[in-house]
Design a protein around this ligand. Structure first.
Ligand SMILES: C[S@@+](CC[C@H](N)C(=O)[O-])C[C@H]1O[C@@H](n2cnc3c(N)ncnc32)[C@H](O)[C@@H]1O
Length: 246
């Protein structure tokens, strides 16, 4: 008999969130056993490969939804900034978090926020000596999550903020308004999916979804010094918008 069936259903429902939280904490701890493939992946990431090689590894070890020209261009800009503290909202499978940890030699603390930060244990395992990766699972658009982020920052201001979470107009605006004040003067904020998808532009549903980030981006462009990393203006979604916090 499956031991979990020994508990009555209502009690199981009450205990499930606590059990899942404890399991996640165990998997993300240093003490839990890690697969050989993780150890090999970590050694590869620590061996200072090129940004192109790391981008490939981000895809194979984690998963990433970026146009190479755009994310590599962003990494170039960030290398000049030498960020120590990074916050990413909307980590999905973790490929970007992996790049921010390993393609930027300066990063010491990276905080990833998602409803569920996938591959969190692997990201934590890959962190370099002296570097910390914090995975915060939950809704980014709450004061409670902002407080959790601030707690992990432990008094540091943010050098680089990447926003790629809820792509509705209200969602991207809420993420910007909540987390932008944490970014220091001279820092950078980047938004993903500033190019409207083909469904929005031509009424043709290709399965690509960039939401309404383009609408909020138009507003930011009128308020801040900005830059755009867009491989092709005709492309279906994607595109990275860069805001300079002057
Ligand atoms: C487009 S994906 C991010 C892709 C990722 N940055 C990449 O390049 O591979 C958007 C992510 O935002 C997350 N998300 C959506 N709404 C959210 C919310 N309110 N709070 C936290 N995360 C959210 C989703 O769970 C999803 O993983």
């Amino acid at each position: 008999m499956n031991p979990k069936h020994l508990l009555p259903m209502p009690l199981r429902d009450v205990l499930r969130p606590t059990y899942q939280k404890a399991l996640r904490a165990w998997q993300e701890s240093r003490l839990s056993p890690k697969p050989q493939s993780w150890r090999e992946g970590r050694a590869k990431a620590w061996s200072s490969p090129s940004a192109e090689a790391l981008l490939e590894q981000a895809g194979t070890d984690f998963g990433i939804t970026q146009v190479p020209f755009e994310i590599l261009g962003l990494l170039d800009k960030l290398r000049a900034l030498q960020p120590k503290t990074v916050v990413e909202v909307g980590t999905h499978k973790g490929g970007n978090s992996f790049l921010f940890c390993h393609a930027l030699a300066s990063t010491e603390r990276v905080v990833g926020v998602d409803l569920c930060v996938q591959n969190a244990a692997r990201l934590i395992h890959y962190a370099r000596p002296g570097q910390r990766y914090f995975a915060l699972h939950g809704d980014s658009q709450t004061q409670a999550m902002k407080a959790r982020v601030a707690q992990r920052l432990a008094g540091r201001s943010v050098d680089f903020l990447f926003i790629d979470g809820d792509h509705s107009y209200a969602g991207v605006k809420a993420d910007f308004e909540l987390y932008a004040p944490l970014v220091r003067r001279g820092g950078i904020i980047a938004l993903h999916d500033i190019v409207a998808d083909h469904r929005t532009r031509y009424g043709r549903d290709t399965g690509c979804y960039a939401g309404e980030v383009y609408r909020y981006w138009a507003e930011l462009k009128s308020r801040y010094r900005t830059d755009e990393l867009v491989r092709d203006p005709e492309q279906d979604g994607f595109g990275i918008g860069v805001v300079y916090v002057d």
